[in-house]
Design a protein around this ligand. Structure first.
Ligand code: OSB
Ligand code: MG
Length: 375
């Protein structure tokens, strides 16, 4: 790896936008339906270079506790005033600066992501290199929302034809075993997984055990968002590996899940982990436990997707991630490049930093509010 040493980087200014993109099709999971994506987009500037970060919190606290409104306020009143005008020796130093604050991981990650992009650009290196990743493309699958069974079978067929390496089906009580019977019946050899987004409890153990009959690669987050212990109990009763998503918000959560055999696969999201520094530690810890990881998604715009792709080039990301073609989500993205998968592979955007540039015209149209620091 090239030397990644340079003088400290001063954050001269910041621009915080709230952006709205309509979704091509509504996306339904156990906790609700999304028809549009509303997110904070952060630009940090240093010496004429710009770094970009995207917040992945939802408008309602239905995935985790963070909300778009809460994060915008925290960014505006607490996080950005603490970094704008400051110098940081490296991204780790910036992460340490924000570390004392409790939770609010997605808000903090927004700042850290933008700084990593800035940092990599200042070194004229692709972000993946500064993170310790390598390779020109990553394996990807798709996450299919809840819908009528026959329609879902058709969508699985279309995505398998396009070469996606794994199909994840969103499930909920009453939309699980029947769906799996239909999909597995039609596609005996496909790599299939399910994601329950926390909608079952241990009282559903017999139903969850029926999922063992469908040769799933793993079952993602069947139980409560904050309950690692019950997942360990459930894993002992299942043959299918469990994959944790919502439960893994810190390195300590990962350690407890791995030590108690509550997860045999882990989904890493930069936002949920509170930024790259923690995501990298979770990655390394999973590797030490010989537990594979993959990069989850939150229906991000091109900025968040580019970040996800760079992270996915680290060595223990051995399972396909959720960063599928942007055109599945949006008719037009806020970046100039087209992030489209080909034969189940997503190319790593080339160039310094995240390797993508803003489509300023469309960003202007999609921006709901814009504020600058220093004020
Ligand atoms: O649980 O992984 C999840 C989307 C929103 C909130 C939670 C999740 C998801 C997805 C979609 O599964 C992943 C994507 O296509 O970006
Ligand atoms: Mg999930």
């Amino acid at each position: 790896m090239p030397a990644q040493v340079r003088a400290a980087l001063r954050i001269d200014s910041a621009e915080l936008r709230l952006v709205r993109l309509p979704l091509v099709t509504p996306f339904t999971i156990a906790t609700g339906t999304m028809t549009e994506k509303i997110f904070p987009l952060l630009t940090l500037r240093s010496d004429g270079i710009e770094g970009y970060g995207e917040g992945v919190m939802d408008p309602l606290p239905d995935y985790l506790e963070e909300t778009v409104g809460g994060a915008m306020d925290l960014l505006r009143t607490v996080l950005l005033p603490q970094v704008v005008g400051q110098r940081f020796d490296n991204p780790q130093a910036l992460a340490r600066h924000l570390a004392p604050w409790r939770a609010n991981h997605m808000a903090r990650a927004t700042v850290e992501m933008a700084f990593w992009d800035l940092w990599a650009k200042s070194l004229d290196l692709p972000l993946q290199t500064t993170l310790g990743g390598s390779g020109a493309a990553v394996d990807v699958g798709v996450s299919l929302g809840i819908g009528p069974v026959a329609e879902t079978v058709d969508r699985v067929a279309r995505h398998l034809e396009q070469g996606y390496k794994r199909i994840k089906l969103k499930v909920k009580p009453g939309h699980d075993i029947g769906l799996l019977g239909a999909v597995r019946g039609a596609f005996p050899d496909a790599h299939l997984t399910v994601d329950a987004n926390c909608c079952y409890t241990l009282a559903d153990t017999v139903l969850l055990q029926q999922m063992d009959d469908f040769a799933l690669d793993y079952i993602e987050q069947p139980l409560a968002w904050d309950d690692i212990h019950d997942h360990a109990t459930l894993q002992a009763r299942l043959r299918t590996p469990l994959c944790l998503d919502e439960c893994i918000r810190t390195v300590e959560h990962a350690r407890k899940a791995l030590q108690s055999d509550a997860a045999r696969v882990i989904n890493i999201k930069i936002g949920r982990s509170g930024g790259y520094c923690n995501a990298l530690r979770i990655h390394d810890l999973c590797e030490a436990f010989a537990v594979p990881v993959w990069c989850g998604g939150m229906l991000e715009s091109g900025i968040g997707r580019a970040h996800n792709i760079h992270l996915s080039t680290l060595p223990n990301f051995t399972k396909p991630g959720d960063t599928s073609s942007a055109s599945r989500y949006f008719t037009r993205d806020i970046i100039e490049q087209k992030l489209e998968a080909s034969a189940g592979r997503m190319a790593v955007p080339a160039g310094p930093g995240i390797g993508v540039t803003l489509d300023r015209d469309y960003l202007k149209t999609a921006t709901l509010s814009l504020e600058s620091l220093p004020r």
